[in-house]
Structures are given as structure tokens and as C-alpha cells.
Design a protein around this ligand. Sequence first.
Ligand SMILES: C[S@@+](CC[C@H](N)C(=O)[O-])C[C@H]1O[C@@H](n2cnc3c(N)ncnc32)[C@H](O)[C@@H]1O
Length: 325
Amino acid sequence: MICTAQPASEAAVAPTVSEEEVLTLSPERAVEIDVPRRWIREPRAIERSQFHRAESSRDRRRAQAETLCAVASSPGHDGGVADAFFENPRLARIYDPLHPDRSDLDVYVDLVDELGARSVLDIGCGTGTFACLLARRGVDVTAVDPARASLDVARSKGGAATVRWLHGDATSLPALDVDAAFMTGNVAQVFLTDDDWAATLHGIRAALRPGGVLVFETRVPARRAWEQWTPELTRTIVDVPGVGVVESWAQVTDVSGDLVTFRSTTTFRRDDVVLESVSTLRFRKRLHIEALLEREGFELSEVRDAPDRPGLEMVFLARRPDVTP
Ligand SMILES: C[S@@+](CC[C@H](N)C(=O)[O-])C[C@H]1O[C@@H](n2cnc3c(N)ncnc32)[C@H](O)[C@@H]1O
């Protein structure tokens, strides 16, 4: 799965190009109208031998699930900066078909019930699978994401009509007073600096009612998930209705401390367009996260395992205290 990083300057020009234009652009034309050059590649011959279905080994499925959540580091504090993979309409449209298994969300649906939450904020909602799932169960949902193209996909889903969709991030929220806030899909790892993470926690705390709970997951650094982000283990080939055959894979390009950078590549076979991008994620240790939560006025309730990814993820439950000190 492509999950891309892009500098704010590139993100700002991207939406000015229509999907059709992107499909037909030559590299020269891309430069002329200021499309991020790495979105476009010279068309290449399609090798018939590459038309095969991905093998369904356990390792490959796991690696694909891992990369599902690997996104970029573009904190969209102005509500307008988003990761190319989620912001590009063509890529946003294939996010769900490339990742049809969302059993990772089951634990969070159960948690909404366990917490008795009637109102929920979904931060980094992406294509809105979790938000719509909750809305169909009668939960009052507000969902926020800096990627407009992903929000457009989300709005077309069953249950979407009752969700309040916000274009932006946790630092640009209106008054909400929700019972619980969730970050699924390892959204917590997109915040590369502690300042960005702190600003996000600050915004979430303000959106929660006193006693409200923040729930989020993040990968266990010691399990070194990125070691499975190889072209061989992540390659996925899907025939998407209305889109055609799509091939996607990822490759780690750099590991520096707790920052992992990888390149993602997606090929649309129908017209042989290749979209490529680079992303960075932060793998914070548990103690580091706990310290930041405390600093932003949360009380840590619990750190759980993710039942569908045992030993690989930490699921944090942190509470906004009833009484502000
Ligand atoms: C891997 S996706 C997860 C989407 C969704 N939560 C899910 O489980 O399918 C990560 C999402 O984080 C969003 N994102 C990136 N930067 C963000 C930020 N600063 N604040 C909130 N969301 C952000 C991306 O646009 C993308 O939709």
C-alpha cells in the first residue's frame, strides 16, 4: 500500500490537478503545471508475466496489513496538508480495495461498547471505515482528516450521512465534548516531532468531555515491523472494479533511530501510470508515549495488546481527568 509523505509545498499544488490530467500527463507537462514530479513516471511496457495474483502467505498478509497503516509525516495543522496517498483522489479511491480486511477495527468497536461511548471523535479517519461502522451502530460520530480526497471516499459510504466530517486535524477542532476519541490504523505514528504529537494530544484533550477517553494504537518498536516492508512481502495485485488491475508495494529506504522511511509504489495497469512516494513514521517506545500523555494532562488507564496483532501493537487508553487541576 502506498502511504506517502510530501512536503507542504507539493501538497499545496496537488489538488489543482484533476485525476484525468494526472493520468495523461507527460513528465514535462507535470513540471510545467507544477505537479509533484514523483507522482508521474514515464509509461513503461507492461510485462505479461507480472499479471499474477499475490500469493496469500501469512507473512505477506501481515506485511500488507502493516503497511496499511504506514503514513507520512505531514502534520496538517492548517487543515490543508495531507499525505499524497490519502490526498490524491486516484490513490484514495483504491485504499479500501487494497485493504478489504479491516478486522483490526473490531477491537475498537468493542471498546466503544465497553466504554459506553455515545459520541466518538475519529482522528485521522482516512476513508472513514471506522466512522461509518460506528455511525451504523447509532453512535454520534465526528471524523477529521487532513486528506480531502479520503474524506470524499468516506462520504460515499453507508452510514456516512450521519457522520460529521471535518477537513483538518486535532488542532483545528470545534468544541465537541465527546465521550471518546480514537486513532485507528497507527495514525499516532505520523506525528514525527514531539511538538506535533503534543499539539495533537492537546487538541484531543480539549475535544473530550471531562472523564472522556482517548484510544490509539502504535506499533511495538522492538518488533521491527519495517523489516517486513519489502517489495516481496508487501506486493499486492488487485483487480479493482472500475479502476482495473492495481499493483502496490513498499520498500524501506532509511532507518534512523526511531524514524523509519519507506518508498511506496502503485501501478495502475489500465494506463500504466505509476505513482510513487516516500513516507516516514515514528516508532515511539511505551515510556516515551506515557511521558507525553502525562505532560498533556492525560491519565494513562491501560496499555493493551491488539488481539488481531498479538505482541505487535500497543493499544493505549488514556483519560481526560474529571477535574482539571
Ligand atoms: C493509515 S491512515 C489510517 C486511516 C484510518 N484511521 C483507518 O484506520 O483506516 C492514516 C491517516 O492519517 C491521516 N493523517 C495524516 N496526518 C494527520 C494529522 N496531522 N492529523 C490527523 N490525521 C492525519 C492521513 O490523512 C490518513 O488518512
